[in-house]
Design a protein around this ligand. Structure first.
Ligand SMILES: [Zn+2]
Ligand SMILES: [Zn+2]
Length: 120
């Protein structure tokens, strides 16, 4: 479905509405490139596909980048289940988990801690 009724537009939307594709290569695009692609998809009426490209791309944006979400996944300790430092334990995508992990160097039970952390 596109608002521009040409075969080329239909093929473009079909091709770039592929969720596997955006998941695989979305992070490889720069912010400007992903905006250009998403803008084209929106112009063709494919808002959902545009949003997915932005979301898949944003998972690799860093703080200060255009699409940085700030609410990426946090982490939970494999032992106590509480918040653990970023990159340690299970991925926890509950709201607030990323913020909680970002401030930690170790979890409550001490099982999950950053290997490089100096003793306080
Ligand atoms: Zn970006
Ligand atoms: Zn723990």
């Amino acid at each position: 479905m596109t608002t521009i009724d040409t075969q080329a537009a239909a093929v473009f939307v079909d091709t770039f509405s592929d969720g596997m594709l955006s998941g695989d290569v979305g992070i490889r695009f720069g912010c400007g490139e992903i905006e250009a692609l998403a803008g084209m998809l929106r112009a063709l009426g494919a808002d959902e596909a545009a949003a997915r490209w932005i979301a898949d791309h944003a998972t690799d944006d860093d703080e200060g980048d255009m699409h940085y979400a700030g609410t990426a996944a946090g982490y939970a300790c494999k032992s106590c289940g509480g918040p653990s430092p970023v990159g340690v334990g299970y991925v926890d995508d509950q709201p607030g988990a990323a913020e909680a992990s970002a401030q930690l160097t170790r979890c409550a039970c001490g099982q999950s801690q950053l290997a490089t952390t100096e003793p306080i």
